[in-house]
Design a protein around this ligand. Structure first.
Ligand code: SF4
Length: 155
């Protein structure tokens, strides 16, 4: 319930090279720190809860962008669930990189940018510092989230 609005199945991946000072989850930085799980198994877990939507977090899912794109594509093909994704990259950095941007068409909301300790604000919803944006990539998520950036057209 903390990883976006409502009930969500959250996938926490291993690996983050952003190394933000004050990161809430530094134990996730090690790129080899997790254990391999197949897209098929993750999809089965996600589909087993018919009410929950989906969150990708970590770590940074964009360091495993091919696998998360496969998973996100399957979620969109086989369910009506929405997907929120957290990343330390900015939306602009992702858009400028063909490989990273392959995941964007399957996401409903991107929460972007590194955590900046000096700007920490505990009143913000779903993010730690105000540089991080809640960016709606599809009109599917219509909950009113204070501070959210209105739809940013991608396609
Ligand atoms: S991007 Fe997120 S997980 Fe990665 S170091 Fe920054 S706060 Fe931590």
């Amino acid at each position: 319930m903390a990883d976006g609005p409502g009930f969500r199945t959250a996938i926490y991946c291993a690996g983050c090279l952003h190394h933000c000072k004050g990161c809430h989850n530094p134990q996730s930085w090690d790129m080899a720190g997790g254990h391999p799980v197949s897209v098929e198994d993750l999809l089965a877990d996600i589909k087993s809860d018919e009410f929950s939507n989906v969150t990708f977090s970590g770590g940074d899912p964009f360091y495993q962008v091919e696998a998360f794109t496969n998973l996100a594509r399957r979620i969109k093909e086989e369910t009506t669930k929405t997907i929120w994704c957290w990343t330390g990259f900015t939306y602009e950095e992702i858009l400028a990189d063909k490989r990273l941007s392959m995941l964007l068409p399957y996401l409903d909301v991107l929460v972007d940018g590194p955590f900046i300790l000096e700007q920490r604000d505990t009143t913000l919803l779903f993010r730690g510092s105000p540089n991080q944006r809640i960016i709606y990539l599809t009109p599917k998520e219509d909950d009113e989230i204070p501070g959210a950036v209105p739809l940013m057209p991608l396609r």
